[in-house]
Design a protein around this ligand. Structure first.
Ligand SMILES: Cc1cc2nc3c(=O)[nH]c(=O)nc-3n(C[C@H](O)[C@H](O)[C@H](O)COP(=O)(O)OP(=O)(O)OC[C@H]3O[C@@H](n4cnc5c(N)ncnc54)[C@H](O)[C@@H]3O)c2cc1C
Length: 542
């Protein structure tokens, strides 16, 4: 088996960044039904109910497997039971954690498992750039670029899993790991797999605002608002009184994020284009004890969270949309499996905090088992199309080009367009403008200049990233145009209400028509929203 990782194994991607925790039903009075209903209500009822059912049923077993088989150790009560904390949008205390370093615990233990198995070849700082297909459309591996040396390797396989973590890095401000570029979504779409609900991008309200720093967008977690943190605009007004006077800062994440964004858009922002979060009234000692990590993070750039307001703003956090999969992680393309944030349908219009890492470990595990079964009796596919060396030439074309488009101007333009028109507040006219701009950026990107030298050429990596970010940006924008209603994280100022119909937006590449966009009614295979009592004030968290 070969594992290909764009960064360092166990170090790259978002799972390591997970602080809050992992949702699983372990004890009464919580129940599988309650977790399912919370997830569907949080997702605006457009989730794939079979995937939700699988997630919720499998999560408790995966937690036990992580502890008993792989050596993770989560926080416990004095009597030895695993501690589960309350998390936004959940009717029971369900979130398992290791302090606020849950992701590090999980990734360290799983990485050890990879290194101790000689049968696994790990290719670090390698990236998949294209999938191989045979004459019948079955995937037979990937063309992989060795980022360190700049050379290409053909990795042949009988079954291929894409778990590249989506990643809304086409936005100006991001909370997710910057190495991600929606590569998995672009690769799957190109190979013929449909994607769904790509318009559903989650924005977190309190990303740091640090002028001229890559720290901008990094999260200050939801617990600050939960503990009584106040949000103030540039005039010092506690502006949530105008958006949700009952719940104030504890309102739902999408609403708070939109409120912060509106304050800035309407000229009431802080000096660097955000708003302020103030927890100083809780007392410096309390803040330092309860939010040690956040205090330290703010101190790194000269702010004292315990004693003064800190500038924050909305940040692009997570993609709910992605590749259509079944509960075994199979896609419409033979031999191609998808899991984690690359997959669509699990979280619907909004992800519950704690369901993200449950998703990637549950479906990552299922994909591994399903692939092991699937390859039995199947031969390696015979590849069609150009030899791998021929395909590699397409990707090396910009190296050393002296005249052409400015790569970083195009990248900047894409991020601005997405932030302005396809961000927290959308409107048909802005989405159409964005679509035109994205298409133009997509046409100009291949002609961008990149310095010569293939080894560790980061500009070349950015050129490769930009093409996939443009592809995903188009999918997000076109799907947002198709969804003429507001639901969950998708808000249309020209259609501010949710419609009566529940539907999914799908896109697939079609040889004759380019990309085909259509809608399908949601299959309410297990529950219907009018037949269950909805949890009150559903909020979604980390
Ligand atoms: C700051 C932050 C805090 C979060 N906190 C929580 C939380 O408390 N609880 C929760 O449930 N969820 C949380 N989430 C969401 C959670 O992190 C994600 O749901 C989850 O980590 C996604 O896992 P994944 O395996 O799909 O992707 P990732 O863990 O992101 O892994 C993707 C991997 O694919 C690699 N890759 C990308 N492109 C390529 C390529 N072309 N070739 C080869 N490799 C490639 C990347 O390098 C990376 O190693 C948080 C997210 C962020 C950003």
């Amino acid at each position: 088996m070969t594992v290909v990782v764009k960064g360092l194994l166990g170090r790259a991607g978002c799972t390591r960044m997970v602080q809050g925790g992992y949702n699983a039903v372990l004890a009464e009075p919580d129940s599988i039904d309650a977790h399912v209903v919370d997830t569907l209500a949080g997702g605006g009822w457009i989730n794939d109910q079979e995937l939700v059912w699988t997630l919720v049923n499998e999560a408790p077993g995966r937690v036990r497997e992580l502890e008993n088989r792989y050596g993770c150790f989560f926080d416990r009560h004095p009597d030895g039971r695993i501690h589960q904390k309350p998390f936004a949008g959940q009717t029971h205390d369900r979130t398992i954690h290791k302090g606020d370093l849950t992701g590090i615990e999980i990734m360290n233990r799983l990485t050890e498992q990879v290194w101790m198995r000689p049968s696994i070849r790990a290719l670090e700082e390698h990236r998949a750039v294209e999938l191989f297909l045979d004459g019948a459309g079955r995937v037979g591996g990937a063309l992989v670029l060795d980022i360190r040396r700049g050379g290409f390797t053909a990795v042949r396989s009988r079954a291929t899993l894409l778990a590249m973590g989506g990643g809304p890095t086409m936005y100006r401000v991001i909370a997710c790991s910057a190495d991600k570029a929606a590569d998995g979504i672009a690769l799957a779409l190109h190979a013929g797999a449909p994607v769904k609900d790509m318009e559903m991008v989650q924005f977190h309200p309190t990303g740091l605002v640090v002028p001229n720093s890559l720290m901008t967008g990094a999260l200050l977690e939801e617990g600050l608002r939960g503990a009584g943190g106040k949000l103030l605009n540039g005039t010092g007004e506690r502006f949530m009184t105008r958006y949700d006077p009952a719940r104030m800062e504890r309102s739902t994440r999408d609403l708070v994020a939109r409120a912060c964004f509106t304050e800035v858009q309407e000229g009431r922002g802080s000096p660097h284009g955000g708003v302020w979060i103030d927890v100083s009234h809780l007392g410096a000692k309390t803040v330092e004890a309860s939010f040690r990590g956040m205090v330290r993070r703010c101190r790194d750039f000269g702010r004292d969270l315990a004693r003064e307001p800190v500038e924050v703003g909305p940040t692009a956090h997570f993609m709910m949309g992605g590749v259509v999969i079944d509960p075994s992680c199979r896609t419409a393309v033979e031999g191609l499996f998808v899991a984690g944030e690359d997959a669509g349908g699990i979280h619907g219009a909004n992800r519950l905090g704690g369901n993200g890492v449950a998703d990637s470990t549950v479906f990552g595990g299922i994909a591994g088992d399903a692939m092991a079964d699937w390859i039995v009796g199947r031969a390696m596919p015979r590849l069609a199309g150009p030899a791998p060396e021929g395909a590699a030439e397409l990707f090396t074309a910009p190296l050393g080009r002296r005249e052409g488009e400015n790569l970083y101007a195009l990248q900047h333009r894409l991020r601005e367009v997405m932030w302005e028109h396809v961000g927290l507040i959308r409107h048909a006219s802005g989405l159409k403008t964005a679509l035109r701009e994205i298409e133009e950026i997509g046409q100009r990107t291949p002609a961008a200049t990149v310095p010569d030298g293939a080894a560790f050429n980061l500009a070349w990596q950015d050129w490769l990233n930009l093409q996939n970010q443009v592809a995903a940006a188009w999918l997000i924008t076109r799907s947002a145009l198709e969804r003429a209603e507001s639901r969950g994280s998708h808000f249309r100022s020209d259609h501010p209400e949710s419609g009566a119909e529940l539907y999914n937006v799908l896109v697939a590449s079609d040889e004759s028509a380019g990309l085909r966009v259509w809608t399908e009614p949601v299959r309410l295979s297990r529950l219907s929203p009018d037949r269950v009592s909805q949890p009150a004030g559903v909020e979604v968290g980390d």
